[in-house]
Design a protein around this ligand. Structure first.
Ligand code: ADP
Length: 421
């Protein structure tokens, strides 16, 4: 449980760090772009400076040399240069336009206010341009000199739009961060709920045998101890309930130990025959007592496994013990062990009572039992399959179950633990 929450916090932190990294990367990219493209201010400053030099040259050489000067300005600055007379006629243009320019806003603006700037799509090239126009007098006549710069696509949308985009991007990432926070909080709540359900289940499970023990002790004290046969029967029940308590506590401890692990400890190479041999000797008395035939079929290909030996024993015992518990006398339980790549496939099948389809999806849940009475009568804790599932997950394996009610059940556990010889 604690590990679960710890994992979640780690996931949350990793999530935030990732979001921040992506945000920083995005901001860095935009920053880089801002230097790659020029800002409106930069463009205007560059245009104004060019226009000044342009004007100074015209002033120096006179309007007769305008054609040569506009060509030089374009060559040096890469920007189109135009000289426009007061009536709008073009006195010189580096791109040889002859249209009247009087109605161009930057031209009329410059004649009115001395300087004007405009941005628009050019009729000639269909590209976006920024125009800077400045008025000046040459030989006593009024002229406007104009510089035109083709804009980068990002400048076309304008710096304001560009920042609006940035703002929207930041807003979207904040929304994503918020959604992830809300999702994580609901995950924490869900974990807390699972935890409190587990605690109440455990309490209930512990209380049942304890109540029974206390009841029989009280009855004994009230006089039943005098009747030797009855007393012995009661003591047997107390003994069974005490065993149940021990089994339950052992299972809870086992489960909580596996749950808090990321990978198993105590992993070593073992001869699989030794492990199966141990399991068989533990399981056989119970099988015999219940009149069940136990068969092991091990492929010779499986030889050495790398695992925590006790963990594998626990897994096999839980599956085999269930098959015996939920079979009828005269039944048969088979353990198959095969190799597939580096996977060892353990198949435990029985011809017992089976599990109805609607229960199949839930039997790996803690304390889930199809038939509570039968499970308890057979000493079940309701945790066996939950432990099996956790062991399988610990080794990144897989477990599946198939069952037909009244015909039998087959569990297949696949563990990537084979050591290639
Ligand atoms: P329990 O201690 O009750 O056996 P488990 O977690 O081991 O708990 O199993 C959960 C439930 O799944 C059992 O109560 C039983 O109803 C069902 N079950 C498990 N194995 C088998 C099987 N081989 N045949 C029929 N039912 C099974």
């Amino acid at each position: 449980m604690h590990e679960g929450r710890f994992n979640l916090q780690r996931k949350m932190i990793t999530g935030y760090v990732l979001i921040m990294l992506v945000g920083a990367l995005f901001a860095g990219l935009l920053f880089f772009l801002r230097f790659q493209i020029q800002t409106d201010d930069n463009i205007e400053a560059q245009m104004r400076l060019t226009a000044r030099l342009f004007g100074a040259e015209l002033d120096k050489y006179g309007i007769e040399d305008a054609a040569g000067i506009v060509d030089t300005v374009e060559k040096i600055s890469g920007m189109r240069a135009t000289v426009i007379a007061f009536d709008g006629s073009v006195a010189a243009d580096s791109q040889d336009s002859l249209q009247n320019h009087r109605d161009r806003p930057e031209v009329s603006g410059a004649f009115k206010f001395g300087e004007a700037i405009a941005t628009r799509k050019s009729d000639t090239t269909a590209h976006y341009y920024k125009y800077f126009a400045g008025a000046l007098q040459i030989d006593g006549e009024d002229y406007v000199i104009r510089i035109a710069k083709e804009l980068h696509p990002l400048n076309q949308v304008g710096t304001r739009l560009f920042f609006l985009g940035l703002l929207i991007a930041v807003a979207i990432s904040l929304v994503f961060a918020w959604i992830s926070v809300v999702k994580n909080i609901s995950n924490i709540r869900r974990l807390q709920q699972i935890r409190s359900e587990f605690v109440s289940n455990v309490t209930h499970e512990l209380k049942t045998p304890l109540t029974s023990i206390k009841g029989f002790v009280d009855t004994l004290k009230q006089g039943a101890i005098g009747d030797e046969a009855v007393a012995e029967h009661f003591l047997d029940i107390i003994d069974i309930e005490a065993d149940r308590l021990t089994a339950l506590i052992n299972d809870i401890m086992e489960l909580s130990e596996i749950e808090t692990m990321r990978g198993d400890k105590g992993i070593s190479d073992y001869i699989i025959d030794d492990i199966i041999g141990d399991v068989v000797s533990i399981i056989t008395p119970g099988a015999e007592k219940n009149g069940i035939k136990l068969t092991v079929r091990k492929s010779p290909a499986v030889s050495i496994v790398r695992i925590n030996r006790d963990r594998l024993k626990q897994l096999l015992i839980n599956l085999l013990d269930n098959s015996i518990k939920y079979s009828n006398p005269g039944g048969s339980v088979i353990l198959d062990c095969e190799l597939s790549g580096n996977n060892v496939i353990f198949t435990v099948s029985d011809d017992g009572i089976g599990i109805a389809a609607e229960h199949l999806a839930r039997i790996f849940e803690r304390f889930y039992r199809v038939d509570k009475g039968r499970s308890r009568k057979r000493g079940g804790t309701g945790l066996g399959l939950s432990i099996v599932k956790h062991i399988v997950e610990l080794y990144r394996g897989d477990i599946s179950v198939k069952s037909v009610e009244g015909q039998g059940t087959t569990f297949v556990a696949t563990l990537p633990i084979a050591v290639q010889m």
